[in-house]
Design a protein around this ligand. Sequence first.
Ligand code: AMP
Length: 394
Amino acid sequence: MALSDLQIKGKRVLVRVDFNVPLDGNFEVQDDTRIRRALPTIKYLLDGGASVVLMSHLGRPKGVSPEFSLKHVVSKLEELLGKSVKFANDCVGDVALDITQRLKPGEVALLENLRFHPEEKEGDEFFAGQLAENGALYVNDAFGTAHRAHASTAIIARFFPVDKAFGLLLQGEIDALSKVMSDPASPLLAIIGGAKVSSKLAILENLVDKVDRLMIGGGMAYTFVLARGGNVGNSLVEEEMVSRALGILNKAEEKGVEVFLPLDSVVADSFSADANTQSCSTGEIPEGWMGLDIGPESAERFAEAVRTSKTILWNGPMGVFEFEKFSNGTFTVARALKEATDLGGYTLIGGGDSVAAINAAQLADKVSYVSTGGGAMLEYLEGKELPGISAMTE
Ligand code: AMP
């Protein structure tokens, strides 16, 4: 059900949000992006005359631990919402119900960290039922945990047979992903980079059936270059993944998918910001040198392919963009994504490091959609069903 189909006036709405924000040494919110992205749903509910009960996890606590308390986010939430927020020291039982059952329309409560109870991650049904007592309606707006079958993200949906809906953020994420995976304007280009070859091969194996163009950059690329028989020097490779990489390249050829691998690389004599560097052909990297960015020619070739594609998915940087010397490939691709968007293309960016890169390039508001979910997006792209999404439609 869509949020707009729920009768919310005068109701208590329990909302699973993703307030898993980074805190600094003084327990202040360091980056409030996730809180801000949840505001449209919260405001929609308040404006519609509902009261709002928010629940989330924060970090990976082992049992109750004050440093992971969600009370650390209350003042930031109050500041962003422009109203006071009641805080419940537990997410279930009388401590929670004393606050949530007395909420009046227009009021907001935040429950303590769900993961203070191990039952949350275990997907415990009794615990999910206790959580459910905090609301008359259930809204899931947490894309970041949609790939987990936890009590608050999936199991709880059973207690709201009809009175449940995706929040505006989660709905936006689903719409963005299905625009790319189910109904893309072609050519559809997927750009996959970063360092975790093994964890991204499953995505490439799924995408190769769907895309017109596949671009592989970052540390990922060297396993593919090795598979094609190139010399990659000391570049990052996962040798046990070479045969799967070859399988992807062969399948791409069979399917007529155009594959872009970096033809040149910026190589370094050590993994550091002030390493000595040179450009060379990606298949001829000297011993003792490692590829830390796609080379200038590849960056231009990649950018041109981005500009001439109509639907573009980007996950993973083209190089070690955290070091300025190796950031050109990533930022060139980021700028090309903006240009592709200006030309009417649909551009979706996801995964922590690509999001950090698009933010660093100050282009986050110049592309079509920036996803909030790293792991959830990766699993969706692998073709897996996400429990947090399927539980809502069962
Ligand atoms: P991932 O989490 O798989 O998206 O990987 C992101 C990380 O990959 C970033 O921190 C980059 O610095 C790193 N990375 C990108 N290109 C390379 C490369 N050529 N060699 C080693 N690490 C890289």
